[in-house]
Design a protein around this ligand. Sequence first.
Ligand code: ADP
Ligand code: SF4
Length: 684
Amino acid sequence: MVRDPRYDVLFEPVRIGPVTARNRFYQVPHCNGMGHRRPQAEAASRAVRAEGGWAVICTQECEIHPSGEVTPSIEARLWDDKDIPALALMTEAVHRHGSLAAIELVHNGPSGANRYSREVPLGPSHQPAGRWDPVQARAMDLADIRAYRQWHRDAARRAKTAGFDIVYVYAGHDLSLPMHFLQRRRNDRSDEYGGSLENRARLLREVIEDTKAEVGASCAVAVRIAVDELLGADGIASADEGRDVIEMLAELPDLWDVNVSDWDNDSLTSRFGQEGGQEPFTAFVKQVTSKPVVGVGRFTSPDTMVSQIKRGVLDFIGAARPAIADPFLPKKIEEGRLDDIRECIGCNICVTGDRFAAISRCTQNPTMGEEWRKGWHPEQVPAKTSEESILIAGAGPAGLECALALGQRGYQVHLAEAGTVLGGRVVLESRLPGLAAWIRVRDYRLQQLDKMTNVEIYRDSRLTPEHVLEFGAARVVAATGGTWRRDGVGRANWQAVPGLETSQVYTPDDIMAGAMPRGPVLIYDDDHYYMGGVLAEKLRAGGLEVTLATPAPSASAWCDYTLELAHIQKRLLEAGVTILPNRRLVALHEDRADLACVYTGALSQLACAALVTVTARLPNDDLYRALIAQDEGLKEAGIESVTAIGDALAPSTIAAAVYAGHKYARSLGTEPDGKIAFKREFPG
Ligand code: ADP
Ligand code: SF4
């Protein structure tokens, strides 16, 4: 296939100071949970994106000194020369694919609590450090500022030695000293680094100049800066100081990488923001500088990308999540294979992996993070090792991905779905408020399956054990999903809650199937992910009086890890949902629920006409259990194995279901039993 000439502009080379990017696709700095602790995984993961056509590949933030670190987050590190070889693995791997390697140098100032190094954090002024840590940063004196500048220079030199082509000065996300000095709220200095914007921007200017002096002859010097913190008068805003500072330093760096801050505004989920949502804040930058500009906006549509370039908004299409979900996005546009693009759904599961200091994972791309340790390539699977055929029951995320990857391996696959519609839970969940983009999980896979002649799909085909035995496939996979519990059992209640056997009790499955309770309604959320919150939005939009009670300290507490916590509280509170934190459901009566304080046990009563229980799910494993109980029957039918995957084994995230489907397909005939299924950087 050939590229549509409309997209030619995306493949123009662009000069960045002394280096040239081969096209306009730019993987901006992003965390991935690998960094200095998993350097081989880091190199392989970044390299796959270079192979996929991204012209610039950046590291995550790279700590330059022990006095500015963010343990337990795993970032890159350049504290001294000993850190160079690990980073050189990444630059060499990226260069092998013809891309430029970029590094984002950072001293986290008061944003880090230095939990590992135990150094006293540094800041423009005395202030609390870290997130909730009972630790303060001390105000830097002029000697500290000189020292910091020298650390940055040293790190820039080491970055060049490690092979980087672009060296960043970072002033983004309320996370680095040049930004902290810029911020009026953090900087109450009365010397030449405080007061006027010119003074507050002095450190940023100096560090850019230092970096240029140190490596500027051969490396481009980029600045990543938040032009709007979305804090109104309390922060940097694109309408005033965000713009002024770019105007002031317009021609100094070789490239501007601009975004909004904090991270939860920058990496907005699709529930709270659309593709290209940062344009109103960042569009001015190209008007005030002649240097190339990169920006982000969860760009997955080539038409939107072209529009950004042609309208003079951006020079480079920056991406973190779209490059995680599809490392080969540029190549697919280049080769005219738009149907093959695996579009990011904007769920931020990738962020959760990083925030737990585990490897980032992705709902859409099960190979994310597995490039080195499992040798999984996002576009290549090993060929089949036998002529076995596989029967899969259930076409949710697990079944679809399993069928797709097995099909790609060349196996004969039969995918039977009980319903008429394919997609399982994502079909229903994508109809909930804000979750429309999640349907991409199904759409991408159906588009691929449509092209395959070795995958047969049967709709309206609820498989029974008898069907399976008759069918005669060598391998059987039960991807039959899960069902929400109705009895209140979850994390806080280990036993069924009294009173829940009545018809006023609904589960998320009921609501998604179209049931509408009578109000006032109590949503009891002991699941803590998105479901309780989105159902509260839905029922409130339906005109009901809604209270969300939860044993957690906030609604959808786990969404802290997807960067959505504040957005969710705001949306629910503004919609008029009452949030009752720290409450456990104790009993339901005809007209009320009894709730207990999770700390004191003190009981309270809440009047309600209906209850929605969002607590836990159980696997739909009847088919699986019935089959494995029939040892002889299986043998007679020539069935070698029966396996439950995804929610049918243990209900979890959509990402886990996709991963389970992929893992099954990859390991069929290739993974000896009992082997640890992945390599470790430092085997103990
Ligand atoms: P997962 O997230 O694990 O993929 P889902 O609940 O999204 O799980 O999807 C499970 C799918 O399996 C649903 O579309 C459901 O209709 C289908 N299903 C359940 N039982 C059977 C069965 N016995 N035969 C065929 N399909 C089934
Ligand atoms: Fe996009 Fe979700 Fe994948 Fe992150 S995990 S890249 S948000 S699809």
